[in-house]
Design a protein around this ligand. Sequence first.
Ligand code: AMP
Ligand code: GLY
Length: 443
Amino acid sequence: MSINSKSSKNLNRLENILIIGNGGRENSLAWVIQKNELVKKVYLIPGNAGSERINKCERIKIDINNKIELVKKLDFLKIDLIVIGPEIHLANGLADFLRKKDFKVFGPGKDGAKLEYSKSWAKEFMKDANIPTANFWKVNSFEEAKQIIHSSSMPLVVKVDGLASGKGVFIPDSKDECFRAAESIFNGKFGKSGNVVVLEEKIQGPEVSIFALCDGKKYILLPTAQDHKRLNENDKGPNTGGMGAYSPAPLLTEDYLDRVIKEIIEPTIVELNRKNIDYKGVIYFGLMLTKSGPKVIEYNCRFGDPECQTIMPLMDQNFVLLLDKCSMGNLNGDEKIDTFDKVSGCVIATSKGYPNEYKIGFPIKIGEIDSCECQIFDSGTSLSKNGQLLTDGGRVLSIVCQDKDFDKVFEKAYRNLKEINFDGMYFRNDIGHQVRKTLSKEN
Ligand code: AMP
Ligand code: GLY
């Protein structure tokens, strides 16, 4: 028996919103969602220490895997819309479960989340729809991988098929490294996620992130963004979840974006429909702009982090209405997003050691922060018993600023960063180097 009955729900109501997740991404979603006057309360499960600094926000302590208690609680709170942040819950079918209980949910079901949780499936999907992407081979054993690596003239990119917390992609410089990467995966380094491996031709070009809000049939695009995946300045060092971002990405001119829409975005929506996948959520297109045109590097079934923190301050109070329309399959597809003619940039402050081993629990001191067009979204923080803000993750804080141009944005972001301090704090000084005239260096 369904605990909820459809008749008990007022589909037009948007008083109580639930966001699932605990990062900077979810805090930025909460921050923009609460701006709408229809919204009375934004709950986060579990959120982090920064969540309750956001207007109307409250954290809920509940085990998300205890489905009976979860539904009871959401009914009690009269939740009108649920936004699911992290891919793991989407891959586990949480959106399907909650929809079955008659909740409105922004986030794809398990079938749509497969775009992210199986790289080989996503590659086959692109092949079926003739969507440009790097050539690839799906392999099921180290023996098979060896043969392909051996016969290739270039070192290949080696990818774990399943979810790997952003650590499952190897970009070797030599065939030897390729062998070692494939061997480590098939030896169980990533558990079941590594039962299948995707080998890919290495392609080159700047990367951009595009986000399409989808209602199952129609979609609208958010401003584009560019992430900075590498740990160190000049895009050196290991891959991370993202050290900073800016939006929009001027690399994607109107004409180029039209090409991306025609060659990649629309064919993706058409193929989802052809496969009977009712995708109600965001599709994150990770693209590489190569000499021969745009190619999909990866799909994700969620907002990017830190792209989300960067883009949300460009949204107005109607953003939640877009999520709601998507959840109900009611998007017109021609909704206009007003970004106030502003651009936005984000710098992530991380813990020393990230993306590898790092310590947590260091007190965070925050001085005078600009009150206008400057936000701090906590990415990984907690509170001590006496209310002191502490580091609680590899990525600790997202400092986000908006202004008329990127020079002003990053001047403001770095000026405000000087007001923040914790033991082992590390950040890149060159976020936005592609668009800062003072640091101009086209990638
Ligand atoms: P992914 O987790 O698939 O986004 O991959 C992480 C990063 O690896 C991407 O952002 C790219 O910088 C790089 N990468 C992935 N696939 C390729 C490829 N086929 N060729 C070159 N670089 C790649
Ligand atoms: N910023 C990259 C990601 O969210 O995967």
